[in-house]
Design a protein around this ligand. Structure first.
Ligand SMILES: [Zn+2]
Length: 422
């Protein structure tokens, strides 16, 4: 196949151009979903896609699909991510995935390369979940994991519903979300963690998203005077929490690459001369394998009564949220791996520690993701940074992966592939 190359400068230029829409003084972006700024970047995206000859459709969750026809009448291969950001977001989270797909599509148009399947660039609505909870709602409804009516009724802090916000910017489309079959979906994203940078790798071949479970626990002892209560007669809930935090950390280390975190604690009454009588804390356990995550949970539940028994504390704990592990599609993963290889980039397999639109979409279409490194692993932060070269490598692998998958589709259908577009 002729080696199609994306234009690194042009991609970088568009990342910087759209970063001005909601740009912050510290170099980040504040572009919350379904705001006037979100409308501006959507309008920009639509106009650019139409310049390339694409037809842009919008579904009733506001998800945008910019389509270039292929030679066959089959569901499109889609690629993209999200254009909304956190309130103090960076320039790359989500944005890179959409703009790299746009650049890849532009490369195909300019080369006159005809694909077998139609190709679509997607912008998923409200990936961040910052203005409206939860996160990843358009891809969630698209994959039937979330209920549309519940998501649309969700209010922001000012009491504006998701549906009203969608109407206000004119992006409630006519197509029912989810009634849009895809042959496959590919998402390029910054890693949002430190692994690729630490190992000096260009590309992460994302094989799945790890399973996650969240818990809440309360340890109860007895408030008592710090001066008048001898050590052996205390029921100190904070000491119990300290031992739990230590135990949770040990569980994470024992089950690596699993991770385990106590991220929030509330000590009561939190007074310098009162032995703490009650502590509430949260636990976040994650592992790529559902069964191993189950073992981590068991160990956590085993250690809780031991610690509370030793300290004569009562305990209560419950699971408040869980998400099973996602394994991406083997053919899509293979396409990404080959794409990195033919491009001459160093790569390693990696499991995503964070959730992404592709995790939901993988329920209804073969999917995979590509990661590129970001400086110091920092994301959801105005300082978030990936270099021009890193972004370009990601976009190049995204393009090659889609073309690879397109050839797989054509071959399965017994069609001669487009080896030379001229
Ligand atoms: Zn993102």
């Amino acid at each position: 196949m002729r080696n199609l190359a994306i234009d690194a400068e042009r991609l970088w230029g568009e990342i910087m151009e759209t970063a001005a829409i909601g740009g912050t003084a510290k170099g980040g972006i504040c572009r919350l979903t379904l705001t006037e700024l979100d409308k501006q970047v959507r309008d920009w995206f639509k106009a650019r896609a139409e310049t390339l000859g694409c037809r842009v459709t919008v579904d009733d969750m506001g998800a945008m699909f910019a389509r270039r026809e292929g030679s066959a009448d089959v569901p499109p291969i889609a690629f993209g991510s999200h254009l909304d950001t956190q309130p103090t977001g960076g320039k790359f989270d989500g944005v890179l995935g959409v703009l790299a797909a746009l650049e890849a599509l532009r490369t195909l148009v300019e080369a006159g390369y005809e694909t077998y399947a139609p190709i679509e660039v997607v912008n998923w609505t409200n990936e961040e979940g910052s203005r409206f909870a939860p996160a990843m709602v358009a891809s969630g409804v698209f994959s039937k994991a979330l209920e549309k009516s519940a998501v649309q009724a969700q209010q922001d802090r000012d009491g504006v519903t998701f549906a009203a916000a969608l109407d206000a910017i004119g992006y409630r489309g006519t197509q029912a979300c989810g009634e849009h079959p895809l042959s496959a979906f590919f998402e390029l994203h910054i890693e949002q963690g430190p692994i690729l940078e630490a190992e000096g790798k260009d590309i992460g071949v994302v094989t799945g998203v790890q399973a996650m479970r969240w818990y809440e626990a309360t340890l109860t002892g007895q408030d008592a005077h710090t001066g008048a209560t001898p050590m052996h007669l205390r029921k100190n809930a904070l000491v119990g929490a300290a031992r739990m935090i230590e135990a949770v950390d040990r569980i994470g280390r024992k089950y690596a690459p699993g991770v385990a975190t106590v991220g929030l604690i509330e000590n009561r009454p939190n007074s310098r001369n009162v032995v703490p009588g009650s502590v509430f804390f949260t636990v976040d356990l994650r592992h790529p394998d559902d069964d191993v995550l189950g073992e981590m949970q068991e160990e956590f539940y085993d250690v809780l009564p031991v610690i509370s028994g030793d300290l004569r504390l009562e305990f209560e704990g419950k699971t408040i949220w869980e998400q099973p592990a996602v394994q991406f599609d083997p053919d899509c993963i293979a396409a990404v791996r080959r794409a990195a290889e033919v491009s001459g980039y160093s790569a390693r397999d990696i499991v995503s520690g964070a959730g992404h639109d592709a995790a939901y979409v993988s329920r209804v279409a073969p999917s995979a993701m590509i990661f590129v490194p970001c400086r110091d692993g920092i994301s959801h932060n105005e300082a978030e940074f990936s270099s021009k070269e890193q972004c370009a490598k990601g976009a190049q692998v995204l393009l090659q992966a889609v073309l690879d998958y397109d050839r797989q589709l054509a071959e399965r259908a017994g069609r001669v592939t487009n080896l030379d577009p001229r």
